[in-house]
Design a protein around this ligand. Structure first.
Ligand code: SAM
Length: 248
C-alpha cells in the first residue's frame, strides 16, 4: 500500500472550506450559462490539469476517472454551467453533490486497484459512485432517501454506469451480503464510525469517513484494517451533510 501523503492533510482542510461554504443549497451565486458538450470536456480537463499541477491528486487512476465522469449530468439542470467550479452544489431532497476535489481526494485515499470491491454510503447524485466505477468493476452504493435512490438508478444507467449495485436503506449497516469490501467511502458525517462498516472492511482494506457533529467542522479519517487492528489517520477538517438514520 502507498504511504499516506502528508500534503493531503492541508489539501483536505482547504478543500473543505469550499465544501462548507457551498453545502447549504442556494449559496447565492448566479448559475452560469449552458455550455456545449465539448466545452464541458474542456472544463473537466482543465479542472483535472489543475489537480496535477497543484499536486493535489497523485493516482493516475483517479485523475483518469475524474476526466471521464461528466459532472454536468449529475447536477441540477440550472447548475450545468457551473458543474466544473470547485464547489458543492445542491441536488434534490436538500442534499448536495460534493466538491470535485473532495471526491478526487477521498477516492485517492481509498487507494483502489482494479479488481477490488468498494462500498459507498451516501449515493446522492451518483457522481462519486461513477468515479469509483471508472476504477473498479464492483461498486456498491447505499442511499437512505428513497427519492434520490430511485432517481440515481436511471441516471447511472443512462450514462453507462448500470453495473453499479444500488440499494435504498440506512448505510449505517453497510451491505452485509456483499461484504467484505476493500474500500468503504462514507459521504455524509456520522458522529462515530458505524461498527458494521468496520466489520465489513476486508483485511488490508481502507475506509474514508468524515466524523463529527452535524452542521460543524468534522474530521476526515482514513481507517486501514490490519487483521483485528484498525489504524486511523487524521486527514484534516471537512464539512459534510449529516448522516441520518432510518427510524427503527
Ligand atoms: C454529500 S451527499 C452525497 C454526495 C454523493 N456521494 C454524490 O456523489 O453526489 C450525502 C448523501 O448521504 C446520504 N445519507 C445520509 N445518511 C445516510 C445513511 N445513513 N445511509 C445512506 N445514505 C445516507 C444523504 O441522503 C446524501 O444523499
Amino acid at each position: 500500500m502507498r504511504p499516506v501523503r502528508l500534503g493531503l492533510i492541508a489539501l483536505a482542510a482547504v478543500a473543505s472550506l469550499s465544501v462548507a461554504a457551498a453545502c447549504s443549497p442556494g449559496s447565492g451565486e448566479t448559475p452560469g450559462p449552458p455550455a456545449p458538450a465539448d466545452d464541458f470536456a474542456a472544463r473537466r480537463n482543465a479542472m483535472v490539469d489543475a489537480y496535477v499541477s497543484n499536486g493535489d491528486v497523485a493516482s493516475p487512476l483517479v485523475l483518469d476517472a475524474m476526466r471521464a465522469v461528466p459532472r454536468e449530468e449529475f447536477v441540477l439542470p440550472k447548475d450545468r454551467g457551473r458543474a466544473y467550479r470547485e464547489m458543492a452544489l445542491a441536488i434534490d431532497a436538500g442534499q448536495t453533490i460534493s466538491q470535485p476535489l473532495i471526491v478526487a481526494t477521498m477516492t485517492d485515499l481509498l487507494d483502489l486497484e482494479p479488481g477490488e470491491r468498494v462500498l459507498e454510503v451516501g449515493t446522492g447524485s451518483g457522481y462519486q459512485a461513477a468515479a469509483l466505477a471508472e476504477i473498479v468493476e464492483s461498486v456498491y452504493s447505499v442511499e437512505i432517501i428513497p427519492s434520490l435512490a430511485s432517481e440515481v438508478a436511471s441516471r447511472l444507467d443512462s450514462l453507462g454506469y448500470g453495473g453499479i449495485e444500488l440499494k435504498q436503506g440506512d448505510g449505517y449497516f453497510g451491505w452485509e451480503d456483499e461484504a467484505p469490501f476493500d474500500g468503504i467511502i462514507v459521504t455524509a458525517a456520522p458522529d462515530h464510525v458505524p461498527p458494521p462498516l468496520l466489520r465489513q472492511l476486508a483485511d488490508g482494506g481502507r475506509m474514508v469517513i468524515p466524523i463529527g457533529p452535524p452542521g460543524a467542522v468534522q474530521t476526515l479519517w482514513l481507517i486501514e484494517r490490519r487483521g483485528d487492528e484498525y489504524v486511523r489517520t487524521n486527514q484534516g477538517a471537512v464539512r459534510f451533510v449529516p448522516f441520518t438514520r432510518d427510524r427503527q
